[in-house]
Design a protein around this ligand. Structure first.
Ligand code: GLY
Ligand code: MN
Length: 403
């Protein structure tokens, strides 16, 4: 609850959503070899219907979610213990465990006997490689994010304010059909871009500063994740361009390594070597730059992560797992230089990340976010030639919003 009886928007657990298709809270789903999918569904009291509307019950479980069996939650204490007793092995979702079943004597006996294990090693295995239907949603989700970010980039010249760009990206994603953002967008102007998961998004962006936007949306349970960094003024300074070019080249070279047979860890190692070399060449790392602590201050993140229903997806699958066709990963090199970094003045207070989504294919890779520009000349041309017009003038008052 946000407060008292006022709810936050509910987001279904990805494993529950994958197995049942049901987006509603308050149920329990049990998969068993002998009974198939059995769903225990919440029952709405008249008071709940009055305040929260109709909910999906037993009929919906059978008809919409194609459960083999369905019961109201009030029957769980009767039905589930016998199912538990009949099972030689039990797996449950540790993240969403609820006292509705963990308090049952049969469950507790099984747990004390070491019979209960976590389900995620199996569900993550299933979810890791995408089916054609899932890939269709991933492509569409990425396409919406790209179109929305392009509109937001063009808006930024006239409205260089983190809050306005945050509102704009959500609007552009949702009018294209996304149900919600995949995470709170990162909209960091200047040194705020050096905070990896910056979330305040409430500052005006200074004239010569870059803005870093890390955004993604969710389409029917499948998310996108995309980052671009650009100067809302329309021109990169020479120091900004120098750093940007290093991150861009690392993004492109790391992407070229993607394909069946490699691993996220190998791509990560390659990107660290490339960035280390680049940081030394431009004087960001001194004394040969061998101090890995100093490198980690400039870039503490992995080159990427798995992506699909969750942003950091399938967390039980190691980054040493050999990539296979149908897996989607991100490639997101970056550099994060706070205002007080002990290094050349011209780079201080700069955060740059360029993130794309990459689908591993039989023969190599496909960039799902390839339609979003990232070359300096393309970004500058867009901002300087196409960022005015339309209905933008209607919102001129928004420019007075100050930091
Ligand atoms: N874009 C959010 C993250 O990768 O952490
Ligand atoms: Mn990411």
């Amino acid at each position: 609850m946000m407060t008292d009886v006022v709810p936050y928007t509910f987001r279904q657990d990805a494993d529950y959503s994958y197995i049942t298709g049901c987006q509603q809270p308050g149920g329990v789903a049990v998969l068993g070899r002998d009974w198939g999918l059995c769903m225990f569904m919440p029952e709405a009291k008249p008071h709940d219907v009055l305040w929260q509307g109709q909910i999906a019950g037993v009929d919906a479980a059978l008809e919409s979610f194609k459960a083999d069996k369905a019961f109201p939650m009030s029957k769980l204490r009767e039905v589930l213990p016998e199912m538990i007793r009949q099972s030689s092995k039990l797996f449950h979702n540790g993240y969403t465990a609820t006292s509705a079943y963990t308090n049952l004597e049969a469950y507790q006996r099984a747990a004390y006997g070491g019979k209960v294990k976590d389900l995620s090693i199996y569900t993550h295995e299933l979810r890791w490689k995408k089916s054609p239907a899932e890939l269709k949603l991933m492509r569409e989700s990425a396409s919406i994010a790209c179109q929305a970010l392009l509109q937001t980039m063009m808006h930024s010249k006239m409205y260089p304010h983190e809050g306005i760009l945050s509102a704009k990206i959500e609007y552009e994603c949702r009018i294209r059909g996304a149900q919600r953002m995949a995470f709170n967008p990162v909209v960091g102007g200047g040194s705020n871009g050096s905070v990896i998961h910056y979330s305040r998004n409430d500052r005006k962006i200074k004239d010569q500063d870059l803005v870093l936007m890390d955004i993604g949306c969710e389409l029917h349970g499948y998310v996108s994740d995309l980052t671009r960094t650009w100067p809302p003024s329309g021109s990169f300074s020479s120091a900004q361009e120098e750093l940007y070019d290093l991150i861009l080249q690392t993004n492109k070279k790391s992407m070229e390594l993607c394909g069946p047979g490699t691993t996220i860890r190998e791509i990560h190692k390659y990107s660290v070597d490339m960035l280390l070399k680049g940081f030394k060449e431009i004087g960001l790392l001194k004394n040969g730059g061998t101090n890995s602590l100093r490198y980690d201050q400039l870039n503490p993140t992995s080159i990427g992560h798995y992506l699909s229903m969750d942003v950091h997806d399938c967390s039980t699958i190691s980054y040493d797992r050999v990539l296979e066709p149908g897996v989607v990963i991100t490639i997101e090199p970056g550099v994060y230089i706070p205002d007080d970094f002990d290094g050349p003045d011209r780079y201080r207070g700069t955060g740059i990340r360029i993130e794309d989504e990459v689908l591993i294919t039989e023969t190599g890779y496909e960039v799902l976010t390839g339609s979003m520009p990232k070359e300096v000349k393309h970004i500058e041309a867009l901002l300087n030639n196409y960022s005015r017009g339309g209905v933008e003038g209607l919102f001129n008052d928004a420019r007075v919003v100050s930091s």
